[in-house]
Design a protein around this ligand. Sequence first.
Ligand code: GLU
Length: 297
Amino acid sequence: MTAPFITRFAPSPNGELHLGHALSALTAFDMARRYGGQFILRIEDIDVQRTREQHVAGICDDLRWLGIEWDGPLLRQSVRFDAYREATQRLQDLGVLYPCFATRSEIEAAAAGRHTGTDPDGSPLYPGLCKNLSASEIAHRTASGEPYCLRLDMDLALEAANAMSKGRPLVFGEWTGEYSNPPSMVTADPARWGDAVIVRKDTPASYHLAVVVDDAMQGITHVIRGRDLYAATGLHRLLQVLLDIPEPVYHHHRLLLDAAGRKLSKSIGSTSLRSLRQAGTTPAEIRQLVGLPPAPA
Ligand code: GLU
């Protein structure tokens, strides 16, 4: 294999890693080793309020315990805010962002009244509350210090992307994980997200902006992550076109579910790798528990 292979594991340090993270990290690490590539660790800590240093240290400990070594220094997104501001400026120059002052409860109430439906994460689609504010109202509200996020005007963004890509369809490559198989082309459907938040009120990016900017900056060729982010990839492709940055190939792996059929997550208190380790589970058993073959020799 001669083409570069650079992948990454990108956890958010707001809790302890669980078996779902182990599956993601081991899948990406095994593939990087198998294809003579690099495996990068990126800490997605744009949410500085929820970041806990003990979780950053815990992530590193858990990965080393699993036998995972990352290449190069780990990158923290909290040092990348200038890069996100630069990307935001580019989107603003394209005229595809607008400020939104609405609170979560205002949005929920308006969305319920207008039956807007939900995005792929189950959140109400933005009902357009601040979409047509006058320039003077925006100036007045920002000058008075009212917090706002920046949203993508999805219709304008799709139009701009279509013009920039000369009408080529918006697709992403979904790879099976076997080098001999070319990726299948999946139609990206960013409109399912409505006018998505690109810059949050409390921090100079959203997950969607930060992830595409950093995947590009780090030269990630293969994004390996859970199936729960499959729909988000449509939005990521749109941002890559608008920002004129390279597109990686994607591999969205199966998800681990609990006994009730729910995706493992911090919020439902899924058992942490640390507690499994403390209870005497071995790294080889973790691989078995997540359905991976023994570590390659
Ligand atoms: N930070 C995201 C998470 O912890 C993962 C992002 C990604 O792999 O694109 O869910």
